[in-house]
Design a protein around this ligand. Structure first.
Ligand code: ADP
Ligand code: MN
Length: 172
């Protein structure tokens, strides 16, 4: 077993993954791992998705890039997808959820155009990522987290920190 856990923070764009994952990394001794950032830095893309209007990850190369670090444990991974990772990588999976109107507001502030907005809001309404997570991992390790307000964010961080600390406590 890994000495430190690997955590996946997933959810539709705009639900608060990066904010949560970075804050968690600040208050724990775990690494913040942004899949988008790593893909950009290493040019791990293989095309462009015209419908979702985002680059397409070269998944095989992303997995190769991360295998060693993930095997060591102690990572908080931030990505909007969750089904292409090996199941064995994660000890717990969180899927952030945000109400439509709030998500719409956040994504328009981000400058998304109508089509990109519509696709992402629909993805959230149909809980695409939650279903993906439930299909890809042991259901017991998949947790849905409400991410509408700063209070939600604070509570989510608190609860995950408790979980991380319990993991680190050696059993006697
Ligand atoms: P993601 O990484 O999932 O795309 P971000 O972490 O970039 O989302 O958050 C998108 C925007 O929403 C940011 O401006 C962030 O401050 C805000 N935000 C995220 N989560 C919450 C929350 N629980 N309450 C209020 N604002 C939030
Ligand atoms: Mn993000």
């Amino acid at each position: 077993m890994r000495v430190k856990p690997n955590i996946l923070i997933s959810g539709t764009p705009g639900t608060g993954k990066t904010t949560l994952a970075q804050e968690l990394a600040n208050v724990t001794n775990l690494n913040f791992v942004s899949i988008g950032q790593i893909a950009k830095e290493n040019e791990l893309f293989c095309g462009y998705d015209d419908q979702l209007q985002c680059p397409i990850l070269d998944e095989e190369r992303v997995l190769d890039e991360l295998e060693e670090q993930m095997s060591e444990g102690g990572n908080i991974v931030d990505y909007h997808g969750c089904e292409f990772f090996p199941q064995r990588w994660f000890d717990i999976v969180f899927v952030l959820r945000t109400d439509n109107t709030i998500l719409h507001e956040r994504l328009s502030q981000r400058g998304y155009n109508e089509m990109k907005l519509k696709n992402n809001i629909e993805s959230e309404i149909f809980q695409i990522i939650l279903d993906e997570a439930r299909e890809s991992y042991d259901e017991q390790i998949v947790h849905e987290l409400e991410s509408n307000t700063p209070e939600n964010m604070e509570k989510n961080i608190e609860q995950i920190v408790v979980w991380v600390n319990q993991w680190s406590t050696p059993a006697d």
